[in-house]
Design a protein around this ligand. Sequence first.
Ligand code: NI
Length: 154
Amino acid sequence: MAIRNIVKKGDEILEKQCRPVEKFDDRLHQNLDDMKETLYKVNGVGLAAPQVGILRSYCIIDAGEGYFELINPEILSYSGSQRDIEGCLSCPEDWGYVTRPETVKFKAQDRYGNWYEKEVSGLFARAVCHETDHLKGKLFVELIEERYYPESEK
Ligand code: NI
């Protein structure tokens, strides 16, 4: 495994639509393993493939309920709303309040291509929205309703 460099805001790869994953091969598994190691190293909640320079539709999430790999994810339905502070590993300077659905139901494939469905709430739901936006080339910064400055807490 290896730590990958995280692409920062301003790099155009973060603004592009990802292509679907078609091959569930060793290369995909290697990328996922590296992304996992990278995510835990920086204590992140989620990481999307374009953030490590790969323009394919997959992401990983650990929102405190275990580690999940979402390949070709698709949100099926959502309900409720939650407003909280959000950040992004690609936008270290940007923090702010973002309103997201409270509950999200999604489908995705695992690293072997098997489809699964899951309904999640709270931080996990927020992460699914945030990471699937990355796969469409959308950054959370455009959704910030009110900026938050971590420094002012000190
Ligand atoms: Ni992000």
